[in-house]
Design a protein around this ligand. Structure first.
Ligand SMILES: [Fe+2]
Ligand SMILES: [Fe+2]
Length: 298
């Protein structure tokens, strides 16, 4: 089952944002926000925090899963509005979120999207412009944050991006994969593989996650998977990722044309609700890298 509406998913975990861009508030004695969101959802986030009467002073950490614009776009606003909140990310993401080229790219996507959605560029007189993100806690394998009653354990899970980090709350069996694990799709039985950066790394990361006892999968896109769908997510993800590589290899044998193959697969991804808003040229570039990586052509 998938929970797609924001609200409490357990007494200690509040799903914030929207079904497309999800964030989570993990409430131990201290709170941690998981997911860096997008600039154009900041007003919604503030209303939700008001609605659930969240004491912002208790929010000590904000975990950024990876340095893609749709996972860290709200962070510059949150840092300015709540300077006591400390940013947690992988060392690699910390590096990328302070690189002028990456900052410029994310700033440009932010501005374009705010314009396209006709949203203001400021909320509470705080600019929504993307800017560098200083990371107070660079974390990786073996690191954890003690929130008092709940623990956030971290795993480096490269493959979707170089800098991907996943989090896990052992006390709840709750897993926060961001984009590191394939996405479920209501209309398809298959999981949608997101091995954008490196196919082998993606599989190795999934293998690393196999021992986790997972009861809920809290994605940053699409909502929260529960029940047996959640418990079986890692074995099913491994199977889907390996099968997709086989399909890519077989189709490449048939077509003998990398350009055609990428076009065909990008078309299939573009038809999925999750990717409909991604410009086709961008999606073609992303899928092109995934296909070349799957074929060992990088
Ligand atoms: Fe991503
Ligand atoms: Fe994403």
């Amino acid at each position: 089952m998938i929970i797609q509406e924001p609200g409490f998913i357990t007494p200690q975990v509040l799903f914030l944002g929207s079904r497309n861009i999800c964030m989570y508030l993990v409430m131990g004695e201290q709170h941690a926000m998981v997911g860096g969101g997008v600039a154009w959802e900041v007003s919604r986030l503030e209303s939700q925090l008001d609605h659930y009467r969240v004491d912002r002073e208790k929010i000590r950490y904000l975990v950024v899963s990876h340095a893609h614009y749709d996972h860290c776009g709200a962070v510059p606003y949150i840092m300015k509005k709540y300077p006591h909140i400390q940013i947690v990310a992988s060392a690699c993401a910390a590096h990328i979120m302070n690189k002028p080229q990456a900052i410029e790219m994310m700033r440009s996507v932010n501005r374009q999207t705010l314009n396209a959605l006709k949203r203001p560029h400021r909320v509470d007189d705080i600019p929504l412009d993307f800017q560098q993100i200083p990371v107070a806690h660079p974390v990786g394998d073996g690191d954890h944050l003690d929130l008092g009653g709940l623990t956030l354990r971290f795993f480096q899970t490269p493959g979707h991006s170089r800098c991907s980090l996943t989090a896990y709350i052992p006390e709840l069996g709750m897993f926060f994969p961001a984009d590191s694990v394939p996405f479920p799709d209501e209309e398809r039985q298959d999981l949608t593989v997101s091995a954008n950066h490196d196919y082998d790394d993606y599989l190795t990361s999934l293998e690393k996650l196999e021992p986790l006892a997972i009861r809920m999968v809290a994605y940053e896109h699409g909502g929260v998977l529960t029940g047996k769908d959640a418990g079986s997510i890692i074995p099913r993800s491994l199977e889907a990722t390996r099968k997709q590589r086989e399909r890519i290899r077989n189709r490449y044998e048939e077509l003998q044309d990398l350009g055609l193959l990428v076009e065909e697969i990008a078309g299939k991804y573009h038809a999925l609700p999750l990717f409909q808003l991604v410009p086709f040229d961008t999606l073609r570039a992303i899928i092109g890298r995934m296909v070349r990586s799957a074929l060992g052509l990088l």
